[in-house]
Design a protein around this ligand. Sequence first.
Ligand code: PBG
Length: 329
Amino acid sequence: MITGKYPELRLRRSRKYAWSRRLVEENNLSPNDFVLPIFLIDGKNKKQKIKSMPDVYRYTLDKLNSIVDKALKIGIPMIALFPNTQKKKKNAFGSEALNEDNLVCKAIQLIKKKYKNEIGLMCDVALDPYTSHGHDGIINKEYVLNDKTVEILIKQSLLQAEMGCDVIAPSDMMDGRIGRIRKALDKNGYETTQILSYAVKYASSFYGPFREAVGSKALLKGNKKNYQMDFRNSDEALREVALDIKEGADMVMVKPGLPYLDIIKSVKENFKIPVLAYQVSGEYSLLSNSINKGSFNKDLILESLISFKRAGANAIISYYADKLDKILK
Ligand code: PBG
């Protein structure tokens, strides 16, 4: 690999000028590499702060345009919707997930009507925004029942597809759900609806601020370790991805992001499939809060984002996506 030696060889030569560094750069970012998560809330005329996530908000439906317009202006290809469901609408079965008048369904219809196919729309498939216990599925004690949950997730996926969702993103980690959802979509005429599988999702402490944002944090009983992955494992990640690809996933996700760059790299090396990295809420809070004391350090953020590209991610789901105009400047 290495040809030549010092003093004939000086690697610093190509670093001397900005033009030269630009010329040999191996990775870069563009708005095309991003997905913007958007939190929804009931009510009117609200853009509501989220305590642990500076500069991230929950939007009422009448305020959605402002953030979608921003995403379009920056040139982001896709947004992801996450609902903050009122507590009184939550129950043990998460039945609000199947209500065609729920927040996500209304938002999908509004956005599709106004923006057509100018921007992609992705929706999580999982029950945690809707359950009174904060788990992603139906539980017995604290064990999430796999097959019973999958039956509901299939219905949730079909409903979202019917509303106009482009990319169905199961984030629940149930076994076998990708295949079952793919079959159901195809059978109902949604054979062009994509599936982005949260194939490798670790039981992580980095999801805290997200759970505050969707209102499941205070409700969550125990933890999600009987379905989300153990962060001690990496071989298991490859098995998860292999299965989901076989079952029909169009894209796979690794989540969280920064502590799992090794996993992104090995998924990309082992499977030639689009890999998305989720820079999750806890990462966002850490980067935005502690290190910068609230101020916006664009170089620090850029460095963290580029690491995903270096590891091999095709795209990044990030709460910085609507701030790219400042970061990529
Ligand atoms: C729901 C879901 C979670 C996230 C995305 N979808 C939380 C969880 O599984 O507890 C986390 C995203 C983030 O932290 O930014 N299943």
